[in-house]
Design a protein around this ligand. Structure first.
Ligand SMILES: Nc1ncnc2c1ncn2[C@@H]1O[C@H](COP(=O)(O)OP(=O)(O)OP(=O)(O)O)[C@@H](O)[C@H]1O
Length: 654
């Protein structure tokens, strides 16, 4: 049992009298159960424990001459015609093999290409040109492989308001196959918590930059636990120990080594491991500026460098020594060479001494059998039904965002705007028709801006999570999108309801249910359409700052084209008014309050017809406005959905 492990919950023990007792999480005897129950319980626990013991299938990962190029300087080209965009070679022919039961460490200075190589091998590179061959048991990356691969990113992408248990349980519900019951999935999450030593903080929230939660090491273990839940055969980890003290780092690497020893293939990037850590790896790949300097057993690394003339004169941490070399720093030997010279010497030495043997190791074919037909079938399809995915995502979203959604500040904001406008338009009647019309224009504008700006941030905030979860084929985009939009809806509708009810009576509008309800539903309709606009802007731009600026410009233009400030919009600008949600809502609100034939007291004690009042005069075509808004309701969401398709879905799933 690893130092991280506490006794698995509910392990069945048979005492000398043949009485079965169950041990609870704290190790206390819970009670006696029948032999049959214990058998079942023990079987489930054994299975859960097996998550950490034995891989369900074995994968040999081979990569030969991996080259990765990106085009940089396109932004410069936009600004200056004379500047050509150039290609940057990030990986320059990396070869290697990692077999089941092995743990590979990728070492190298910052910017040497470790993360890029790890991402490429994990099948998650989306841009740039990737060359060479990467195979998994001799086959290219596939949907089956995608779902059998765990990938722990450098930054922990977790929801800050969820507890450790909630985080792992929701992942289990989304990721584990539908053949398991909900209870079994929860038990698996529980087993992961115990195995990774997270029992003490199981009910603590994850936390984030401004929210105190679990420690960095615990957060990292939660991220690893999320991947462990589906017992992947291939596990990638990007700097799982960075920012952790050496004891915690040691524990994490120890756990990962145990996972490897269970028949998994484990690859990770690592910054400056201690010598204790260094020797826990089976293999090491040393990179410098995208070039391989060493690939092979950890235990042979120092001998290799000493054979080519680089050896430390004083005993030192081998990882530090290798990193010095990769940076072109050599305290001993080759003093006459500068940094570039040393790097070039090491690159040539690799080509001369190692390249061929590494390639021949690839040819040494000892591929393992793939997983069973049942496993394959299971990995090829979504682990849950659409509805199953939607309901878990919806509930998880509500839990995570309830602090934001039901935020007191938001309610106060709406209440204060409502009370202030109610007081400003206090009991305005038909004798102040201009004011009343102004009230509707303000309401239409406010309920376009507010939901749109709320929604603008939703998708950029979710981007990292979507990228991470979609990359491992966890759920359909449609179930995520639906859960996201519906999750925000309750508050989106509660706030305008409070506002509208409050201001309607304060402003002295017609006290008849029909008039009130018509305006109320139009306001809600506007809210859901504006939410779509916000989602579309956020999804297309994906950057909060840029999305806010774009949102402000669009809203302002829609306000100006809304028909209140400019009555006679020039013909060549007419198209803009059809796009203005504010204009359509304003028109519909006026139509809901004033009927043709109604009169109001106008100048010189005369009585005028409301339909002759300029803004009201232009309120024809109400049906067209309803249809235009419906098109925008669907259209904006479609734009958001299409923009989201580029996130995380690198390969087509069944
Ligand atoms: N899409 C890209 N566009 C431009 N440059 C890129 C791209 N991907 C990688 N690079 C560049 O390739 C180099 C290697 O990046 P990578 O993130 O793989 O380094 P690393 O070794 O993991 O660094 P660190 O240890 O700091 O995380 C860097 O110089 C990086 O800027």
């Amino acid at each position: 049992m690893s130092p991280l492990q506490s006794p698995p919950r509910g392990i069945a023990l048979e005492d000398c009298r043949g009485v079965n007792n169950l041990i609870n999480r704290d190790g206390a005897v819970e009670g006696k159960t029948s032999a049959v129950m214990v058998d079942v319980e023990a079987q489930i626990q054994d299975e859960n424990h097996a998550i950490f013991k034995k891989a369900k299938s074995r994968v040999t990962l081979k990569f030969a001459d991996v080259v990765y190029k990106v085009t940089i300087g396109q932004s410069k080209k936009l600004l200056n015609k004379n500047t050509n965009s150039e290609e940057k070679l990030v990986l320059k022919g990396i070869t290697g093999v990692v077999r089941p039961g092995e743990m590979l460490a990728m070492l190298g200075p910052s910017g040497s290409g470790k993360t890029t190589l790890l991402t490429a091998l994990g099948g998650r590179l989306v841009s740039g040109h990737l060359g060479g061959a990467i195979t998994y048991n001799g086959k290219p990356f596939s949907t089956t492989m995608k779902r059998n691969t765990g990938f722990v990113t450098q930054d922990d992408v977790l929801y800050p308001h969820l507890t450790v248990t909630e985080t792992l349980v929701y992942t289990a519900l989304l990721r584990l196959p539908r053949t398991l019951t909900k209870e079994q999935k929860v038990q698996k999450a529980d087993a992961v918590i115990n195995e990774l030593g997270l029992s003490k903080c199981r009910d603590s929230i994850i936390g984030g930059p401004f929210l105190r939660g679990v420690s960095g090491g615990e957060r990292k273990r939660v991220s690893i636990g999320q991947e462990m839940l589906m017992n992947p055969s291939l596990l990638f980890l990007d700097e799982p120990t960075s920012g952790l003290d050496s004891t915690t780092a040691q524990r994490i690497v120890h756990t990962l080594r145990e996972l490897a020893e269970g028949g998994r293939t484990v690859l990770m990037t690592i910054h400056q491991p201690s010598s204790r850590l260094f020797y826990m790896f089976h293999k090491v790949l040393l990179l410098s500026d995208g070039n391989p300097l060493y690939f092979g057993k950890c235990s042979s690394a120092m001998d290799y460098f000493s054979n080519i003339g680089f050896s430390p004169s004083v005993p030192m941490n081998p990882a530090d020594f290798l990193l010095d070399l990769a940076n072109g720093v050599s305290m001993d030997g080759f003093q006459e060479l500068d940094q570039t010279g040393i790097k070039q010497t090491l690159v040539s030495a690799y080509k001369t001494n190692l390249s061929e043997s590494v390639k021949s190791d690839l040819a040494d074919d000892n591929e393992y059998n793939e997983w069973s037909l049942d496993d394959q079938k299971q990995l090829k399809r979504w682990s849950n039904t659409w509805w199953g995915q939607f309901s878990v995502l919806f509930i998880r979203g509500l839990k995570e965002r309830k602090h934001e959604t039901f935020n007191v500040m938001k309610v106060l904001q709406v209440l204060s705007v409502g009370i202030m406008s109610g007081l400003l338009w206090w009991h305005s009647d038909m004798s102040h028709l201009q004011d009343q019309v102004g009230f509707f224009n303000f309401s239409a504008g406010f309920w376009s801006y507010f939901p749109a700006f709320e929604a603008i941030f939703t998708i950029p905030q979710e981007r990292m999570m979507l990228e991470k979860e979609r990359s491992s084929g966890m759920y359909r985009l449609s179930s995520f999108f639906m859960a996201l939009t519906l999750g925000d809806l309750p508050m989106q509708l509660v706030l305008p309801t409070i506002y509208y009810t409050l201001t309607y009576w304060m402003a002295g509008l017609k006290p008849k249910p029909g008039y009130f309800l018509a305006g109320f539903f139009i306001t809600l309709y506007n809210v859901v359409c504006s939410q779509g606009l916000g989602l579309a802007i956020g999804a297309v731009v994906m950057d909060m700052k840029a999305a806010t600026v774009l949102g402000a410009i669009i809203s302002l233009v829609f306000q100006l084209a809304g028909g209140y400030f400019v009555q006679n919009i020039p013909t060549f600008m007419k198209w803009l008014k059809y796009l203005s949600l504010i204009r359509h809502t304003f028109k519909l609100l006026l139509g809901s309050q004033y009927r043709p034939g109604e009169t109001y007291p106008c100048a010189d004690n005369k009585t005028c017809l409301v339909e002759d009042f300029p803004p009201i005069k232009a309120i024809g075509g109400q049906a067209a406005s309803i249809i235009a808004m419906a098109i925008m309701f669907v259209g904006y969401r479609l734009i958001a959905y299409l923009a989201l398709m580029r996130i995380g879905a690198t390969r087509k799933l069944n």
